[in-house]
Design a protein around this ligand. Structure first.
Ligand SMILES: NC(=O)C1=CN([C@@H]2O[C@H](COP(=O)(O)OP(=O)(O)OC[C@H]3O[C@@H](n4cnc5c(N)ncnc54)[C@H](OP(=O)(O)O)[C@@H]3O)[C@@H](O)[C@H]2O)C=CC1
Ligand SMILES: O=C(O)C(=O)[C@@H](O)[C@H](O)C(=O)CO
Length: 300
């Protein structure tokens, strides 16, 4: 397997040698690798090849979604890899047009068929869609959590949930999500949603951890910090997320960047450097994605 030069051998997410990908224990006592691989905008026909390379590099946690149209390619890469299933952590997400409880169950079955898996590690409500479905994301949440009872889903979570969305599902169902996958990167720390998640004991997954490869990669302060460590700005940003305790899955189509983004565990930022990167937060101006209170996209 294509281990990084000089990197310790990766043993799979239930067994690491020191220095490799840490795991986070979720509120349902399951474990998730803190670093994974994202697949948004990876074209379906290229997904098996790209995800296959990520698995060769050492990634064991893959983030996909019904709306990405590439679950089948993820499943093909997993099958072709020969990696034991228990060493992999696979996440998918409910599409915005599948919020009705019957559609949750039907589309979950379809996801499992596309992935070719017997069991999914994590399934998320992709967006709360508070302006659609009469604002009823609570029944959707209940239907997702019901999937655990039939043994094919291990962990249920949400994505893009604002504090009031989290408060509501917990109050009305008593079931706390294990994770909340939200936009977060140095220019948009998203501390409001992050702190609400932490208050409920919900682990934070930071999506677009590199700000979708935008201006933050050329930020002057991050460039200085990267030079001090002999690392790239991408590595410094990803390491910042790791030290904040968030779960991340940067996406790339390029093998050399897969390797770069995986080499995060042979250096540490100082507390002052972590704070300096945190100070780059631009608040709402820093968002690169849609606002969860108003996002109402439905796939064709
Ligand atoms: N729940 C949700 O609503 C959302 C979830 N996500 C999830 O989070 C994942 C990550 O977020 P994503 O939006 O993809 O954005 P990222 O922050 O991961 O950035 C990806 C972009 O950065 C570039 N890039 C990656 N690594 C490097 C590097 N080392 N140096 C320079 N450029 C680099 C990539 O280019 P290239 O590919 O050409 O290398 C790509 O353009 C997604 O893939 C998806 O799984 C994302 C958005 C929303
Ligand atoms: O990537 C995702 O997971 C997303 O939900 C978003 O990118 C979203 O689909 C979007 O921004 C569409 O404009």
């Amino acid at each position: 397997m294509g281990a990084l030069p000089g990197a310790p051998v990766y043993l799979g997410f239930r067994g690491y040698v020191e220095g490799m990908v840490p795991t986070i224990t979720l509120n349902d006592k399951t474990q998730i690798p803190q670093l994974g691989f994202g697949t948004y905008l990876i074209p379906p026909e290229q997904t098996a090849g790209i995800v296959g390379q990520a698995l060769q590099v050492g990634y064991r946690h893959i983030d996909t979604a019904q709306m990405y149209g590439n679950e089948e390619g993820v499943g093909q890469a997993v099958a072709a890899s020969g990696i034991p299933r228990e060493e992999l952590y696979i996440t998918s997400k409910l599409a915005n047009d599948n919020h009705r409880p019957d559609d949750v169950r039907r589309s979950f079955d379809e996801t499992m068929a596309r992935l070719g898996l017997e069991r999914l590690d994590l399934f998320l409500m992709h967006w709360p869609l508070p302006t659609l479905y009469d604002g009823d994301y609570v029944s959707t949440w209940k239907a997702i959590t019901d999937l655990i009872a039939d043994g094919r889903l291990r962990t249920a979570g949400v994505s893009n949930f604002q504090p009031d969305h989290l408060d509501r599902i917990v109050a009305e169902t008593g079931v706390v999500p294990a994770v909340n996958q939200i936009e977060a990167h140095p220019y948009f720390a998203n501390d409001t949603a992050r702190e609400a998640s932490r208050r409920h004991g919900v682990a934070v997954e930071a999506w677009s951890p590199l700000g979708q490869g935008g201006a933050v990669l050329a930020d002057e302060r991050i460039t200085e910090i990267a030079a001090a460590h002999g690392k790239t700005t991408s590595q410094v940003i990803l390491r910042w997320h790791i030290q904040r305790g968030d779960i991340i899955f940067p996406k790339t189509m390029h093998r050399e960047r897969m390797e770069e983004n995986f080499a995060l565990f042979d250096f540490s930022l100082t507390p002052q450097e972590v704070d300096a990167i945190g100070a780059l937060d631009k608040g709402e101006r820093g968002r690169v994605g849609p606002h969860p209170d108003t996002f109402d996209y439905l796939p064709d």
